[in-house]
Design a protein around this ligand. Structure first.
Ligand code: ADP
Ligand code: ARG
Length: 357
């Protein structure tokens, strides 16, 4: 099909859009895909709404269900390749095996906490941007029920958010028993519809395992510890996933791995992060960016994505999650954080006037 000259990419997205969706949605791809609908009725227009309403989006596209990834492949494929930096075939790799790695910060000088999360959605259900209110409630009930069947060591309490006021949510979010309503990107994508209905947080009695229900994805399974024991947190995740996968069937694709609302999260759908205090490297932003880049890491602010670093506490995590097995992803993060701690120590010794290396 030839491109309709009146339908240039800049007519689809605002002129100042910077997203990958904007970059790759040519007029001809738009013309072809805009006529399609998935079996649940999800359209290209819905997929790109967040990127269109928020020209500062980096990605600018969400999936409404598993079929979105195949039906709208012509736009998702280049976005996925660009974000996950894949040039050859897209090939999901998974190896959820226990690891043995030294504690990154045995004296607790730098690392405040280690958190690993994986995203999952239930097979056969539309994703958060497109799920109906009734199905969202059914999903919450199914997950809540499944969590009651976890072994005794993982038993915990489910904190429903349905009837909470915005103030109560803010307070509970700071305690970990609720999550915030989501940002303007998620809101434009339809993810935050009816918030906080059918949302909730499960917390194991020992506090080390959290499950966020119906946030950006139907499940965000989180293992958390106030140490730098990356391997220990990962090994707990391996065990939790083995149990939860016996109870629930997740949306997945042989090539793309676990399917999520945002294409940045597919594959292992895992983000492993440390909260690390780096007062010296904070004064050398180029150096910390270069270290993160060299080790395939991503830097976020203290309160999460698109927030600022406060009190020198950086959130440093794996940048890639597709085409790389979970154990390698954790080993790379371990190597990168060790290098960052070494650089922080060196700067502390050489003093504030040391030149940029
Ligand atoms: P996600 O991890 O789900 O991609 P965010 O970047 O928004 O999304 O992080 C979710 C929440 O988890 C934020 O409140 C963030 O501050 C918190 N968080 C992330 N990493 C850590 C960590 N290592 N220790 C404690 N909290 C963390
Ligand atoms: N949609 C936003 C953007 O394009 C966020 C993308 C990644 N983050 C996420 N939470 N899925 O910039």
């Amino acid at each position: 099909m030839t491109a309709d000259p009146s339908h240039s990419a800049s007519a689809i997205f605002p002129e100042n859009a910077v997203s990958l969706a904007h970059r790759f949605l040519t007029a001809s791809v738009y013309d072809r895909l805009s006529r399609l609908k998935t079996a649940t009725g999800f359209t290209l227009e819905q997929a790109i709404r967040s990127g269109r309403d928020n020209p500062d989006s980096h990605i600018g596209i969400y999936a409404g269900d598993a079929q979105t990834y195949t039906l709208f492949k012509d736009i998702f494929d280049p976005v996925i390749r660009a974000y996950h930096e894949i040039t050859g075939p897209i090939h999901h790799v998974s190896n959820l095996n226990s690891l043995n790695l030294p504690d990154l910060d045995p004296d607790n000088r730098f690392i405040l906490s280690t958190r690993i999360r994986v995203a999952r959605n239930l097979s056969g259900q539309a994703f958060m941007p497109h799920i109906t209110m009734q199905n969202r409630q059914a999903v919450a009930q199914q997950i809540q029920q499944a969590l009651t069947s976890l072994p005794a060591s993982l038993q915990g309490r489910f904190h429903a958010m349905d009837d909470l006021s915005p103030d109560q949510i803010r307070i509970r979010a700071s305690l970990g028993t609720a999550f915030l309503p989501g940002d303007r990107f998620q809101s434009a994508a339809g993810i935050t519809r009816d918030f906080p209905a059918s949302r909730g947080v499960f917390i194991s009695h020992d506090q080390t395992v959290h499950v966020w229900v119906n946030e950006e994805d139907q499940l965000r399974i989180i293992c958390l510890e106030k140490t730098g024991a990356l391997a220990g947190v990962f090994n707990r995740m391996v065990s939790v996933l083995a149990h939860i996968s016996d109870l629930l069937e997740f949306a997945a694709d042989p090539g793309l791995g676990y399917l999520t609302a945002c294409p940045t999260n597919i594959g292992s759908a895992m983000r492993a992060s440390v909260h690390i205090r780096l007062p010296e490297l904070e004064k050398h932003p180029d150096r910390i960016d270069q270290l993160a880049w060299a080790h395939g890491l991503q830097i976020r602010g203290t309160q999460g994505e698109k927030t600022a670093v406060t009190k020198s506490v950086f959130d440093i995590s794996n940048r890639f999650r597709l085409g790389i097995g979970e154990t390698r992803l954790i080993e790379n993060l371990h190597t990168g954080i060790a290098a960052i701690i070494t650089a922080e120590k060196q700067l502390a010794v050489s003093g504030p006037e040391s030149p940029e290396p």
